[in-house]
Design a protein around this ligand. Sequence first.
Ligand code: ZN
Ligand code: FE
Ligand code: FE
Ligand code: FE
Length: 168
Amino acid sequence: MELNSMKDLLEHEVRDILYAERKIVKALPKMANAANNQELKQAFEDHLEETRGQIERLEQVCEQLGIGARGEKCEAIEGILEEGEERIKAKGDDAVLDAALISAAQRVEHYEMAAYGSARAFAEALGLTEVVNLLQETLDEEGKADKTLNKLAKNTINPMAAEGAAKV
Ligand code: ZN
Ligand code: FE
Ligand code: FE
Ligand code: FE
């Protein structure tokens, strides 16, 4: 990897996130399928739809930057999703399994928030307003997705899991 300019760095970040989003879009249906709680299932399905739009936004960013929409392997998301996969396959109490899925999903959202936040800052430093706007839109969605999961965990899933209620 060569990073001679801020533009190189921004391009690298965008391709890294693009790779990550393309993996996430494949993982979310499995998360939705594994979720026991209906609201959680819905939250994953909603975010799946959003993620499709996020990939389109990144493709627009690539166009703005004059680069091909080619992803670059992101080792971090591979690892985070592998942990998610373990939880998808896990057996046990419904609510506890849902709590485990949420905690895996929040790792993804936080990774994305960090990545989009940095990329957005680089674009801002370069004065690329349209790119900033596109990245900001997605950053807001990731933040909202994280908050939704947080609320669901705190208000519903975690108390159930702690109670040992088997039915959700
Ligand atoms: Zn990278
Ligand atoms: Fe995303
Ligand atoms: Fe990465
Ligand atoms: Fe996300």
